[in-house]
Design a protein around this ligand. Sequence first.
Ligand SMILES: [Zn+2]
Ligand SMILES: [Zn+2]
Length: 353
Amino acid sequence: MESSLVKDNPLLLPLNQDKTVYDGFITVQERDFRMRILLPPDRQLARARLHCCWQLKHLLRGYEHIVKQEVGLKSRPDCRSIPPPQYYSQLISEMETLGWAKLLSIDTEFQTLRLKAEDSSGRQHVLTVKLKSKHPAEAPECSADLPIPLVITWTPQSTLDQLHSQFLLLLESLTEFWDVLDEIDSKTWILEPEKPSRSDTTRRIAIGNNVSIKVQVDPRHPKMLPECCLLGAEHVVTPLRNKLNANMQLWNPDSSVLHNLRDVLEIEFPSPATHEKSSFSVECGICYSYRLEAAIPDQVCNDPRCGQPFHQACLYEWLRALPSSRQSFSIVFGECPYCSKVRVHLALTDRRQ
Ligand SMILES: [Zn+2]
Ligand SMILES: [Zn+2]
């Protein structure tokens, strides 16, 4: 060991009698760099630690395999933890129990796995598992597209198969929630989010031209009356809000959210079967676009003859620039850029959307 280190790097010398500390210079690209090597008491090269200056670290980046050959060390200069050999045999035996068909992908370091899972309604889900080098002694990091936190129970005896079973149980507890949202997504026009994911709990459903309802479904109690917010011009929204308040007690938790919303609001939602989506996506009257970053136009002129929609951000900038605008508490009043005669107002507290 000593011979190879000193033979290949004549400027590297032992500093103590036990020969566990080497210091000196190694030559890289015809330049000499200071390097210190600390060996464990048994002088095993595999567990040696290297210290060098940042210039050398920079030069060696990407050439770790050559450093290993040149200096004869098995650990990388940045001392990254590489799992012991039994990690890989453990991983293979756990995957054999779980079934290889459930593995969607694995990274080149064999530490991040994507496992597939199907719930009883046939929906496909993905569980991403990041194994620690000390697996299974240390719990892996798990993530998935869920509306609730992914809580996993892990002991040093746990396996990937048990982890997968816990995930399936969690998915089953959410099937009613996804049934409720899948029905809304397939039978109505969703304005927001643009492409709902399995973790999204809100839907903004089109009711008519510039009128929509935003509902937030509770993943734990998906059939209860959700939080509702009606958006649109006052003369359209006020009668709907009155119906919602008057009929609230008719809400039937055995029925789906969409059915209940129809009954309580006494309306039929426009659906892909009856309407084109373009009839609900009218662009902003100030910037002439529909999507502004993630926002869609949700402020509407309250004059029934006008009803022009605007983005909150656009309307705020417009009203702020008008000398005739005034602010009362958190509401800004001003003239509509379209019909000029009547006033539009903007509640500043809503501007975060
Ligand atoms: Zn705009
Ligand atoms: Zn107007």
